[in-house]
Design a protein. Sequence first.
Length: 122
Amino acid sequence: MPTLTANRMLTMVSRYGTSVTLTKPTYGAYDPATGTIGAGTSTNYTVKCYFADYNLAELGNDNIVMGDRKALFPSVDTSGVALPEPDEEDTITGRGDPVKIVGVRKIYSGDSLVCYICQVRE
């Protein structure tokens, strides 16, 4: 895949992306009296996302394994509201099997956050 500029990434998402759900888990509080963690919750965000495969040169990286993909999405959800930064515990569902985010890169245009490139794994 050629080098992607921020504008080209957003164009790929706009033209070829699909709506998916970004799920951010929130873990419950630790209760020292019982030694347990309380029930957590999850917050879902609908985003338009474009999935791309890694090329062979990128697969030589120790952190990228066969089957990993890139998930590109803008820094706002489908209603235009800013997204919280994705974390390595978040999941993306809506196109095939759910995938877990294992790495995040932020892409800026000047000082403005434009989009995220997430390394995802089934």
